[in-house]
Design a protein around this ligand. Structure first.
Ligand SMILES: Cc1cc2nc3c(=O)[nH]c(=O)nc-3n(C[C@H](O)[C@H](O)[C@H](O)COP(=O)(O)OP(=O)(O)OC[C@H]3O[C@@H](n4cnc5c(N)ncnc54)[C@H](O)[C@@H]3O)c2cc1C
Length: 469
């Protein structure tokens, strides 16, 4: 019997699509590039999804209205978003959790003292790994076929219609197809091409680490764009975090984040500050520091704190470099001691008296310093001192395929009748730039579920014509 729906990818968006299509009565095959042990893509690294709600709900406190969620998205993207698709994501986020529970996902309240997300974000018990295991278990029970180590390298298309997918020489046909194969963050050649060479002759992306899976190489994204699919987004725009410079090249995940930036200062390789470390609350700023560090010489930065900061941030998994004096710290970090001491002394002298409170945008500011530190500015003067080397960590890229409320891939403005897209492969429709924590999973869940319904429906409608193909 002809297969109804082929789902390409094995993360959250793919499994949401597969489960919905199967529930709608379609036969479904999932092709996941990774081996079973590494299945689940970046979704396996996640912890939560951002949810609209009009009243407190189990793990979510207070209210997070459609309008507030929309305003948050508008602000972080600087208006580079599609309002209709953003609002679709937001509304879907308000009623997907019962369905998620039905497929074995458990939620828990957020931990206090990290990103302050108890009002806006529902946390997965056991993290993204447990969520993906639950989805795979449910999919298998429902009769979804799953193949691992099955990277699709190209599609056969007929004037915007999906005909077949190729895994090497193997040709796999289906009535409809959902593309959910992630961004291109793990494709180092493509990152190099996108970021280019800077005025110092460096290729910045050579020094990036990839926070998640090594399997999101953007092979199908490139193939589809070359085949005339409409694209959206800037290839250098991505969710990028400043992470521990000792992080592995792939899959370092959440524990390589360094969360003490706003409690101290950050200097570059020349031992000079380059940005306001206290600009805003950390959850609203952590995703820009990867780009900031990427613009520095050697793509490195050093987060410097003193003993006063200890206990006020989520401790990194590896201990920092520790010293009893600031010159000793500079030496241990390989920084020019004289320049480093001038930077710290200038900063310390510029700190104005104020009432330190890390839970609010407090009045501890610098005066006459460039760049200023506009909150939480306290002198770095209490031993022991700590330094953490930072490098840019790419979470996921925003260049994607253009789509609409039907999740159809578009060719020259015309929607395909049987090729759909979800997750990182289309997140750029909603995220032109910037990020607000948890929205990646909101987008993947909303569009994955929708793509499942659309692909199952299209398979029923087109079954007769395709059966003879
Ligand atoms: C460390 C980390 C923490 C994060 N934390 C959060 C969080 O707490 N909340 C949040 O909302 N977002 C978070 N994100 C972002 C989130 O992971 C993504 O937005 C979301 O997982 C995207 O889902 P997806 O299904 O599109 O992609 P993925 O989950 O990455 O899945 C893509 C899948 O496609 C497969 N694939 C790739 N190419 C092919 C091919 N050619 N053929 C077949 N299969 C292929 C991959 O193997 C993978 O299984 C985090 C990301 C990282 C890296």
């Amino acid at each position: 019997m002809d297969l109804d729906v082929l789902v390409i990818g094995g993360g959250n968006a793919a499994l949401c699509a597969a489960l919905m299509a199967r529930e709608a009565g379609a036969s479904v095959l999932v092709l996941e590039a990774a081996p079973k042990a590494w299945r689940g893509g970046n979704s396996g690294h996640t912890r939560n999804l951002r949810c609209m709600h009009d009243a407190p709900q189990d793990v979510l406190t207070e209210v997070y209205s459609e309008e507030e969620f929309w305003q948050d998205l508008l602000k972080v993207t600087g208006g580079q978003t599609n309002e209709a698709l953003a609002r679709l994501t937001i509304r879907e986020s308000s009623h997907c959790r019962d369905w998620m529970r039905h497929h074995g996902v458990h939620f828990q309240p957020s931990l206090s003292g990290t990103l302050h997300l108890s009002r806006t974000n529902a946390f997965f018990m056991g993290g993204g790994k447990a969520l993906m295991n639950a989805y795979y278990r449910s999919a298998e029970q429902l009769g979804v076929q799953i193949r691992y180590e099955a990277p699709v390298d190209r599609l056969e298309l007929d004037q915007g219609r999906f005909v077949a997918a190729y895994v090497g020489d193997e040709r796999i046909t289906a009535k409809t197809c959902v593309l959910a194969a992630g961004g291109f963050e793990s494709n180092r050649e493509w990152l190099r091409e996108a970021w280019g060479q800077n005025e110092r002759g460096e290729w910045p992306s050579d020094n990036f680490a990839i926070r998640g899976t090594r399997f999101n190489r953007g092979v199908l994204l490139k193939h589809l764009i070359d085949a005339g699919a409409d694209a959206i987004g800037d290839p250098t725009q991505a969710h990028m975090v400043a992470i521990d410079a000792r992080a592995p090249l792939y899959d370092g995940g959440i524990c390589t984040r360094i969360d003490c930036v706003s409690l101290g200062v950050v200097v570059n390789r020349e031992a000079e500050r380059f940005y306001d470390e206290g600009e805003d609350f950390w959850p609203k700023r952590y995703a820009i520091w990867g780009r900031l560090v990427a613009q520095q010489p050697g793509q490195v930065g050093y987060s410097i704190i003193d003993a006063k900061a200890l206990g006020r941030f989520m401790p990194p998994v590896f201990p920092g470099t520790q010293a009893d004096t600031l010159p000793e710290l500079a030496e241990k970090l390989g920084l020019d001691v004289e320049v480093f001491m001038k930077t710290i002394n200038d900063y310390n002298a510029a700190c104005q008296p104020g009432t330190f409170d890390h839970a609010v945008l407090d009045d501890c500011v610098t005066a006459g310093l460039s760049p200023a530190k506009t909150h939480w500015a306290r002198p770095i003067d209490t031993a022991p001192f700590f330094g953490y080397a930072l490098k840019p960590g790419v979470t996921f890229t925003y260049l994607g395929l253009k789509t609409d409320e039907t999740t159809a891939v578009r060719f020259g403005g015309a929607p395909s009748s049987n090729l759909f897209v979800a997750g990182e492969m289309m997140a750029g429709n909603v995220l032109g730039k910037g990020y607000t924590a948890g929205v990646g999973m909101s987008i993947g869940t909303a569009f994955g579920r929708l793509a499942g319904v659309q692909s199952a429906r299209a398979a029923t409608q087109t079954g007769a014509t395709h059966a003879s193909a």
